[in-house]
Design a protein around this ligand. Structure first.
Ligand SMILES: [Zn+2]
Ligand SMILES: [Zn+2]
Length: 449
């Protein structure tokens, strides 16, 4: 009873506000009438997650459903990605993306519909879980697609619902943009996505104008030396010692070469070299990730990584053919830049429907998101990723009382309060889309970057 009361007390203010807003009222009615559909959709997607690039059944489930609502499918966008387009007269083109992939994590939520799925990565088998909440994104996406197909009288323009493979491995968006079929997708005036947030309350929407997430680069660096007996270092050039100097020295790039107000991260996540204590090896391999916001900072870091590596090798007495080898992996993605003028419009929509407490300012993070790829082409399109709360007030209160940490994204116990947050996401995105459609396609938003 207490639970019902607290849910009602959460919903009632929205219902009262909705009396003056027919668009929101329709979204509320839709989520009530489709509660079973949304629950089943979420549970199905949650129970059967698939790894990046392998989202075969997930994509086919979503595709079948969205095609049945009257959307035109644009296929062959790389891996399992596809687009679904609904044209509805003159008006702006709005692209809304969901990601589809799960993670190689063994689920430990104890839910009745917990995943027992496994998936292959190269030759190894892994347990798979929707530990990043892409199942929340997909259910919101599908629900919203159904709602907008049923309420075509209320808006004019074109909706592009994009379902993307392989967000977690940063491969999907690049593949879509490079695919010939991408040209069949109408060019968007606005591009939107949501990402669930483990600690925001259901109904809270997180905004981060301008740089929100970092550009990601992964680099393997091979440090060479001259191997020999561990007891005769004078006859060798020790790559282990060089690697140790290099790892320490490159942290001065962050502290001395880039401005203190400009964020940057260099992490050496792996060192592989040597076999036994009394042998100096010929080489050591370091595996790095580099995170930045601006192109200028990224350029400084890339140049300094080479300068420091080459000069340490030279100082150690190595010839230039044994200077380090720098392999930038084909996994780079640009930083996510949320257009602040679009952000202003989105904030106004959310605040108008759900009040000022729904708006939460979120700080930028150095994680990556390949949604940035769509907004980073030459004629950059105003784009924004919103954070959407998944934590019910009851669970927050309970966790605080029990001193239990709320499970974060990418962890085995992440369990969003889907029965509350999915309907709320649909209402919120419906409000946002209806307002953007009303703006027409004569947007004066600056195409920044
Ligand atoms: Zn993730
Ligand atoms: Zn994610």
């Amino acid at each position: 009873m207490k639970k019902i009361f607290s849910i009602l007390s959460f919903i009632l203010p929205l219902v009262n506000q909705a009396q003056t807003n027919p668009g929101l009222q329709k979204a509320i009615d839709f989520t009530n009438e489709n509660a079973t559909f949304l629950k089943e959709c979420y549970q199905q997607l949650h129970e059967f997650p698939e790894l990046s690039t392998k989202e075969v059944n997930t994509a086919s489930y979503l595709k079948k459903a969205i095609a049945s609502y009257g959307y035109e499918i644009v296929d062959t966008l790389g891996y399992e990605s596809f687009g679904a387009v609904l044209k509805n007269g003159n008006g702006p083109v709005i692209l809304y993306r969901t990601d589809m992939d799960g993670l190689p994590v063994k689920e430990e939520t104890g839910l009745a519909f917990a995943s027992k799925a496994t998936g292959m990565k190269e030759t190894e088998t892994f347990p798979v879980m929707h530990a990043c909440g892409h199942d929340i994104h997909m259910t919101t996406w599908l629900g919203l697609a159904k709602l907008f197909a049923q309420t075509k009288k209320d808006w004019n323009g074109t909706l592009v619902f994009l379902a993307q493979s392989a967000e977690e491995t940063a491969q999907g968006a690049k593949k879509i943009v490079a695919s010939p079929a991408y040209k069949k997708i109408p060019k968007a005036n606005y591009q939107l996505a949501i990402h669930d947030h483990a600690e925001l309350l259901v109904g809270e929407v997180g905004f981060c104008d301008e740089y929100e997430m970092a550009a990601v680069d992964m680099m393997n660096i091979t440090i060479f030396g001259k191997g020999g007996h561990g007891a005769a270092p004078q006859r060798c050039i020790d790559p282990i010692l060089l690697a140790a100097q290099y790892i320490t020295e490159i942290q001065t790039i962050i502290s001395r070469n880039i401005a203190p107000i400009d964020p940057g991260v260099i992490t050496v996540g792996a060192i592989n070299g040597g076999t036994i204590g009394n042998v100096i090896p010929n080489q050591v391999v370091l595996k790095l990730t580099i995170r930045t916001f601006s192109k200028e900072t990224r350029d400084i870091i890339m140049n300094r990584l080479k300068e420091i590596g080459d000069n340490l090798a030279k100082a150690a007495g190595l010839p230039s053919n044994l200077f380090p080898k720098y392999d930038l992996l084909d996994m780079s993605i640009p930083s996510v830049y949320n257009n602040p003028e679009l952000g202003k419009l989105l904030k106004e929509s959310v605040q108008k429907q759900f009040g000022p407490t729904a708006i939460v300012k979120i700080k930028p993070m150095m994680i990556g998101e390949d949604f940035s790829v769509y907004g980073q082409q030459l004629d950059s399109i105003p784009s924004y990723i919103l954070w959407a709360g998944t934590l019910s007030p009851e669970r927050k209160e309970w966790s605080l009382k029990q001193h239990i940490e709320i499970p974060a994204l990418h962890t085995s116990k992440f369990a969003p309060d889907f029965e509350q947050c999915i309907p709320q996401n649909i209402k919120m995105m419906s409000a946002v889309l209806l307002d953007l459609f009303k703006k027409g396609n004569t947007t004066t938003l600056k195409k920044i970057k």
